[in-house]
Every structure is written in structure tokens, then in C-alpha cells.
Write a protein that binds this ligand. Structure first.
Ligand code: SF4
Length: 349
């Protein structure tokens, strides 16, 4: 067993190994990671930016993904098996992704397509490789919160309807952004017979959204927003679209992680902005913008415990030992179909 140094020494040890590897190693870090991890990342981004980075990383032999499992799976899929993908914390999953398994989804697809015609599946990248592969096989694609609207339009332009999974809220918010009424969106509940849907209710449906959610984005409340409006006149509020629509519509703006970062950066000196998303990102935005006089606050503190499973100790242990157990490898047949869905998304631009 490696004798891992105390955390304050880990950073220097990681730097040394990092230098030895040079361009043969690519470390990817999601925005929800702690700053001490992101200091070692070659590329920091949201799911879309990191997926693009993984696809472009042709010079690297190994990719280390500091994030959660579905992201590392996507990196493996997009690397065509040419680069070995590892995670410092392979047990870092995503509760939202776990809310839809492939057996449930295939049953749901039979139910939805049996009740009404003309559907294409769209999977949020926060889903398993099997579900991405299902979308690829069925002519659908993946999306992130940055390009969900483009993905929905891609489906609508083919005169089809969207079967979206696994996040009810991103599905409903995206439909609303595209001008659809709430009555055009139906929710598929995997615990109910035929998802709780029937042929009559499906006639006018344009979107069916899977009843899943991100626990981290469910904590924001109308009471808190009203309190901010009362106590902080002029303050702006922005939330992530994984947040329920009732909250999104009370906020001043909503957007993906990348869009939130741009929104905060566009605030003038003296502004106050409350941000409703994962707390590591909000804390970093607060630090970055303090110097220019922008007050960034958490709408409500909400940390993703799975993102927090990556730390300096397990990153260093990975870089020293490269254990097989830390490697993320999607079976070839699943990867081929999932790549089809991911590449359709990347082609959206
Ligand atoms: S923040 Fe939510 S969607 Fe993202 S990894 Fe954590 S639980 Fe999953």
C-alpha cells in the first residue's frame, strides 16, 4: 500500500508526476470539483466542453477524469478505445443517471411508441452508456444542458417528438424555452403502468420527460427567492435548468454551467448575483469575482457528494499506481452505439 502524504504535500507530488507524463496525460476537471483538484486539470469545463476535450485528445495516452462516472464513460467512448480513461474515485456515480436503467427505458420506449407515433429518444449525458447506446440505435442523440434546445430542435425538424431522459426538469424547461406550453409536455413515471400515460393524453404531446431529477438542484425554494427579492433589491438570480420549472420561472435567468459562468462574468461592478447550482462552482465564482466588486452568493448551499469523492489523495494514488480497478472501459458494442448518439450531439456544434 502506497504511503500517501498528507494533503498539503499531495499537490507538489501530483505536479512532479504530471511533469513526467507531459502531453501523454490529459487531466479533465468538471466545474463542480474542488479548486484544489482543478488546479491540476489541463481542461476545466462542463459536460459538453469535457466531452469535446476528450474527443480531441488524440495525443494523450491516458485521460484522468475528475468528475463522475457517466462523464468518464463518455470520454472512453469518444476516445475510440485509443486512450485509457481512469477516475481517481471510480465509485463517484450520479443519482440522476441511476434513475433510469436500460430495462426500464426499453419498457418505456415500447409503451410510449405504442401509445402515439413519431418519437426519437434524447438522453441527457447524465445517463449510463447503455442508455446512450439505446438512443444511438433508435436514431436519437445525447445532449447536455448547454445544447438541449438544439437537440430538441433537431428532433422537431424531423417532424418527430422528443422522448427525453432522465431529467424531468431539464426536459420541461427546455420545452418551455422553445415556446411549448406545459400541456405539450408529459411526464413518464417508471413506477406507473405505461408510465402513467394513455393514448388520449399523448395526442398533443410534443415531449415526454422521464421522471428523474438531480437532488442537488432540488433544494431551491420559492420562499428563498421571495426572501432575496425582499432583502436584496436589484440582486439577480440565476439557476441551472435541472431546477424545477416553478423556480426557474421566478429567477431572472437560467442556464447551463457554462452559461452561468458567462452570466456572472457579465455582471457590472457593485452587482449582487445569487446562483442556484452546485456549491463548489458558486464558491469559486465568488472568489474569482470578489476582486472586481461583484458579490456572488449561493442561492442555497448544495454540494454534490459524488463530485466531492475525488480528492488530492486519491488523485495522487491513481497517478502513482494506475490500478486496473480505476479504469473506466465501456464494452465495445455498447460504446459503438453510444458513440453514434454522442457524435450526433457534437455535430450540433
Ligand atoms: S450534481 Fe446532480 S447531476 Fe451532477 S453528478 Fe451530482 S447528482 Fe449527478
Amino acid at each position: 500500500m502506497t504511503n500517501i502524504p498528507v494533503p498539503e504535500d499531495c499537490g507538489a507530488a501530483i505536479d512532479t508526476i504530471r511533469m513526467e507524463w507531459g502531453g501523454r496525460l490529459l487531466i479533465l476537471g468538471h466545474h463542480y470539483q474542488d479548486s484544489e483538484i482543478l488546479r491540476h486539470a489541463d481542461l476545466i469545463g462542463d459536460s459538453l466542453e469535457l466531452a469535446r476535450g476528450a474527443a480531441r485528445a488524440t495525443a494523450a495516452e491516458r485521460i484522468v477524469f475528475c468528475g463522475v462516472r457517466f462523464m468518464a464513460e463518455s470520454a472512453d467512448i469518444l476516445s475510440h478505445g485509443q486512450r485509457a480513461v481512469y477516475m481517481p474515485a471510480v465509485n463517484a456515480g450520479c443519482p440522476m443517471a441511476d434513475m433510469a436503467d436500460i430495462t426500464q427505458v426499453e419498457r418505456a420506449w415500447r409503451a410510449v411508441t405504442g401509445l402515439a407515433p413519431d418519437w426519437l429518444p434524447v438522453a441527457y449525458v447524465n445517463s449510463s452508456a447503455e442508455i446512450k447506446a439505446f438512443c444511438g440505435r433508435q436514431g436519437g442523440l445525447t445532449c447536455t444542458s448547454s445544447n438541449a434546445a438544439k437537440a430538441f430542435e433537431w428532433v422537431f425538424n424531423q417532424q418527430k417528438r422528443v422522448f427525453f431522459l432522465p431529467d424531468e426538469h431539464l426536459g420541461a424547461n427546455t420545452a418551455h424555452d422553445l415556446g411549448l406550453s406545459d400541456t405539450a409536455v408529459r411526464i413518464y413515471d417508471p413506477r406507473a403502468w405505461d408510465g402513467g400515460l394513455n393514448a388520449e393524453s399523448m395526442k398533443d404531446a410534443r415531449v415526454v420527460a422521464w421522471k428523474g431529477f438531480c437532488p442537488i438542484h432540488m433544494v431551491f425554494s420559492p420562499i428563498r427567492i421571495r426572501e432575496i427579492r425582499r432583502r436584496w433589491a436589484g440582486a439577480k438570480i440565476i439557476v441551472h435548468p435541472e431546477t424545477p420549472k416553478e423556480i426557474v420561472r421566478l429567477a431572472d435567468a437560467h442556464g447551463s454551467t457554462a452559461q452561468i459562468i458567462r452570466y456572472v462574468a457579465a455582471q457590472p461592478r457593485g452587482a449582487t448575483v445569487f446562483v442556484g447550482t452546485e456549491a463548489h462552482l458558486v464558491r469559486r465564482l465568488a472568489d474569482e469575482h470578489q476582486a472586481r466588486g461583484v458579490n456572488v452568493q449561493m442561492l442555497t448551499p448544495s454540494f454534490c457528494p459524488n463530485m466531492a469523492k475525488t480528492n488530492l489523495r486519491n488523485l495522487l494514488a491513481l497517478l502513482r499506481e494506475w490500478p486496473d480497478a480505476a479504469r473506466v472501459k465501456v464494452p465495445a458494442a455498447t460504446a459503438a452505439d453510444a458513440r453514434t448518439a454522442l457524435e450526433r450531439m457534437l455535430a450540433l456544434g
